[in-house]
Design a protein. Structure first.
Length: 348
């Protein structure tokens, strides 16, 4: 059964601009649901350069992508947004009551008067390993993300990759599976050192296997995988029994289903006005790197500015009979109460 949710605003993308959009909307008492194909918040900042220093965030001489994400998550905590991770926004349509309906590839249906596209350069799409005929098993026994952990329970699982996703799921799925083998092309991992240490401890305890090599062949029948052939340096070609295969070979950026939403596009970007950052469809907005307008700068701080202006128009659409009263967080006791700021403190 598909899930269905009704909210004020649907945000596509949980990167920095999507997260700050939650904050600006929250100040106006607007509730948000966010959809992101990744399994965590932060978008490019958290996935591609979590440790890379960023130097142009106001008030932070230097901050890493992960730290920025963590601060934004802390900032929006009072507004209790709902996240739908590991899901792609597949389609949108207008409902009979005038609201928008967004459906994900996991059959989650979200309904709201307003949609905000904050998808950065587009959707993160998995890079597929160059293994012949692998597509025959995709979606049944070969996967590029974990949607439901129980799908791997009691299976012989092989995980390929050396980044955070590969190591995180190695640690999380190990207690559920019949057997687990981690395959990586070299004995050096890009994941967080603590995750690497925990993985090696499981190897030493005989609870998982670690194979250094390249997967070059898959065998199976129908859509069910049965084994993988791995070319190793020390042992030559070896065969791994495998009923489930998780491949984490990195991500690439594509516009994805957003291109099919019926919006006007400009070189794979979404044109917006500079007053409300609304697209060619009333009630659908775009902020951050995904949008286009004269003089656009692809900076996180630009997306923050766009989110603030967009939120004003979103309020007018959602509450056409209410008067929008502009307030400053530094002087409004009402806003400070929403933020949980003590009387002797000042909001940022």
């Amino acid at each position: 059964m598909s899930e269905r949710h009704v909210t004020d605003v649907i945000i596509i993308g949980a990167g920095p601009c999507g997260l700050f959009t939650v904050f600006e909307l929250g100040l106006l008492d607007l509730k948000c649901h966010l959809v992101d194909i990744l399994d965590r918040p932060g978008g490019q900042c958290a996935e591609l350069y979590p440790e890379k220093p960023i130097y142009d965030i106001p008030a932070y001489p230097v901050i890493s992508g992960q730290d920025l994400t963590d601060r934004l998550m802390e900032q929006i905590e009072p507004f209790n947004p709902t996240f739908h991770f590991s899901q792609m926004a597949s389609s949108i349509q207008k409902s009979d009551n005038g609201n928008w309906e967004l459906t994900t590839d996991f059959d989650t249906v979200l309904e709201a008067p307003v949609i905000v596209i904050a998808a950065g350069g587009g959707s993160f799409m998995p890079k597929k390993p160059p293994i012949p005929n692998l597509e025959n098993f995709e979606g049944e026994s070969v996967f590029y993300a974990v949607r439901q952990m129980d799908a791997f329970k009691d299976h012989d699982l092989v995980i390929a990759g050396g980044g955070d996703s590969a190591l995180d799921w190695t640690l999380n799925l190990q207690p559920l599976v019949k057997s687990l083998t981690l395959v990586h092309r070299r004995d050096d991992f890009r994941a967080h050192p603590d995750s690497v240490n925990k993985m090696r401890a499981l190897v030493d305890a005989g609870k998982i296997n670690l194979v250094i090599g390249n997967i070059n062949e898959v065998t199976g029948e129908g859509s069910q995988i049965s084994s993988l052939n791995v070319k190793t340096k020390d042992q030559g070609d070896i065969t791994l029994n495998c009923s489930r295969f998780l491949a984490f070979y990195g991500l690439t950026m594509k516009l994805g289903p957003v291109a099919e939403f019926g919006l006007n596009l400009h070189e794979n970007l979404i044109p917006v006005d500079t007053e409300k950052f609304q697209t060619s469809e009333p009630g659908i907005f775009a902020v951050g790197d995904i949008n286009h307008y004269p003089g656009k700068l692809k900076l996180i701080l630009s997306g923050f500015h766009e989110a603030a202006l967009m939120a004003q128009e979103a309020f007018r659409i959602i509450h056409p009979d209410k008067k929008l009263r502009f307030q400053y967080t530094t002087s409004s006791s009402d806003l400070q109460k929403k933020l949980g700021v003590k009387d002797d403190e000042k909001a940022a």
